[in-house]
Structure formats: C-alpha cells, structure tokens
Design a protein around this ligand. Structure first.
Ligand SMILES: *Cc1c(COP(=O)(O)O)cnc(C)c1O
Length: 338
C-alpha cells in the first residue's frame, strides 16, 4: 500500500461526501440557478463575514481572478518570493493581468509590514503603480508556516493608508485557523478578497471560493467567465464543499499532529540537515550533501512512501485526510529503518 504525502490534493472523496454529492440539487450556474453552488458561496461568505462568494474550479483561478479585479495593466503587485501566485500559477500575473510583481524576501513565506512599506513605489511617473498586496496563509513553500495576525493588521493599515487592495491566498487558511485558534471573521474583516480551497485540506475533489464585497464579486464573475470558469450543473462538486465545511475542518488537528510526529522521526536521521518548523500539515526538510532530494524520494518510494522534491536538496511531505494514524506509525517506522 502506497502512503502518499506528495500533496494534500491527493485525497479522494469519502463515501459520505460522495453520497452528499450524488444527492445535490443542481441547476445552470451561469444563469445563477444552481442551488448547491449558491449555498456554498453564501455559506462561505457568511462564515467569513464577507458579502459574497464565487465558486471556481481551482485556487489558481480564484487568485488570478482576484488579481485581475484589483489591478490595471502596468500595475505592480507585492508578494513574497515564494508565493504560489508568483511561483506556481504559470506567470498568470503577467499574462492575465499585465501586471508586474515586487518580490519580498520573507521569513518562510511571511513578510512584514516594514518590508511591504519599503516596497510601495512612490507616486512618480517613472514607477509602476503599486496597487495590490497579496499574502499567503499558510505558506506552502514556507512549510505550512502561519502568519502572526498582528502583522497582518499592520499590513492592512499600510494598505488603507496607501489605497492598496489586500488579497489573501488562503488555499490552506483552514489549517492556520485550526492551528492558531483563529476565526474566519478575523480574516474577513481585514482582507478585500480571500481565496479559500476545498480541494486541499478539506478533502474535496474540486473547488475553490473567492470572497469579497458584492460589487467585487460581480466583477469577478465576469472575469471568471472570460477565463472559461463559468460552469453549469457544478452543484455536484459544490455539495462536496458544503459537506467539508460541516465535517472536515476541526479534524485538521489530526493532520497537524501526524506531521509533527513524522517530523520528529525525520529530524533524527543523520542525512537530514534541518527540518523547517512544523506548524501545520507540511513537513519540509533539507538534506546534507551526499544525498539529493530526488534520490531520497526514489528511496522512499521503494518503501511505498511518496514525497516530493521541491528543490535539489529539499523534500516536502504533506499530511491530509487520507493519512491515517496507522499510516503515520508505519511511516515513522520506515524512517527509523532508513
Ligand atoms: C494549491 C494552492 C493554490 C491553488 O492551486 P490549484 O491547484 O489551482 O487549486 C493556491 N495557493 C496555494 C498556496 C496553494 O498551495
């Protein structure tokens, strides 16, 4: 049996989730007539205390739609150098929005208000117009690190002062909320737009929701259509999201515990140089010279453990809904024997 830690996207819908999907009431969502999509959008928005939501097929689309809504061609977006919107969305900021980026060198994916302040261009015809700051919480390449909420509030104040839009890539915000005992409403109060994903930690097959004001979501709906994201009877997949909101959030604690336990076994290995602090469900570790990340990933595969080489000397393992307590124990044993 393979134990798959490549990503928290590899989960398959549970029998109960599938049943909820099969029973979904559906309609044509481009006409605004899919009751399950409307329910998921509305429930997500009210959970965060925001006005409206927009269901999209992926987190890349929710982020890219948001960036396009918030910017004009030629504008500049501030984000961390490790950000998913910059690293893993195919250059979409440039190709979809015609915007440039200024990259922050944050601490495990998190930059400070002071860094952002220094990165805002002055009002000068030579310079690109800074119009948007994007944060990622938890940070993927930062190893599932969580932002300090006080720092987020400082960055919000900076946005207000400089009339910048403020977007959150919350693909794994659920993990941060559970790990830090924070509420969705805290986030809804400070961000202009938030992207949340259902296909990662919450175990759904597909789906993300973009949140914002009614006016913002109206604009976003138009852009989603242009991007080809207007879906029809997609309530079958939205129903999985509704099921996940009701059943799969608090259990993220288990994923975090499993990640912690596995990371302790990894830290003891003599071929491991260091393990990034494990705050949620992601373990990133660096190897000493003598073993490359692809080599270790191949070796783990012989032991039926799947991981991912995110850099020549860095391996990532992600825990998720389909990783059981028993699989965690087996993984620890196999690391002990390596
Ligand atoms: C996975 C992820 C996304 C969205 O990815 P999709 O595969 O397009 O759903 C966005 N941001 C972060 C930080 C992610 O990890």
């Amino acid at each position: 049996m393979l134990i798959d830690f490549r990503s928290d996207t590899v989960t398959k819908p549970s029998p109960d989730m599938l049943e909820a999907m099969m029973k979904a009431k559906v309609g044509d969502d481009v006409f605004g007539e899919d009751p399950s999509i409307n329910e998921l959008e509305n429930r997500s928005a009210s959970l965060f205390g925001m006005e409206a939501g927009l269901f999209c097929p992926s987190g890349t689309m929710t982020n890219q739609v948001a960036i396009k809504c918030h910017t004009q061609p030629g504008d500049e977006v501030i984000c961390d150098e490790s950000a998913h919107i910059y690293q893993y969305e195919g250059g979409g900021i440039a190709s979809n929005s015609g915007a440039s980026v200024k990259l922050m060198q944050g601490d495990r994916g998190r930059f400070t208000a002071a860094q952002a302040k220094a990165a805002i261009n002055p009002d000068d015809v030579h310079r690109a117009n800074t119009s948007l700051i994007c944060l990622e919480n938890t940070s993927n390449r930062g190893g599932g690190s969580c932002y300090d909420f006080d720092e987020i509030k400082k960055i919000k104040a900076l946005c207000t002062e400089n009339k910048l839009a403020f977007h959150l890539d919350g693909a794994r915000l659920w993990n941060a909320l559970v790990a830090k005992n924070e509420t969705p409403k805290q986030y809804g109060e400070v961000f202009d737009s938030i992207s949340i994903c259902f296909s990662k930690s919450l175990g759904c097959p597909v789906g993300s929701v973009l949140l914002g004001t009614k006016e913002f979501i109206k604009k976003a709906r138009r852009i989603r259509k242009v991007f080809g994201g207007g879906m029809r009877q997609a309530g079958f997949i939205a129903a999985a999201g509704i099921y996940a909101l009701e059943n799969n959030i608090q259990r993220l604690e288990e994923d975090h515990l499993h990640a912690q336990q596995i990371s302790e076994a990894i830290a003891k290995k003599n071929f491991v140089k260091m393990v990034l602090p494990v705050e949620t469900n992601i373990i990133i570790f660096e190897l000493k010279e003598g073993m490359s990340a692809p080599e270790l990933v191949a070796k783990l595969k012989e032991h039926n453990i799947l991981g991912y080489a995110i850099a020549p000397n860095r391996v990532r393992l992600v825990t998720h809904l389909d990783i059981t307590k028993e699989m965690t124990a087996t993984t620890i044993e196999r690391f002990n024997q390596l």
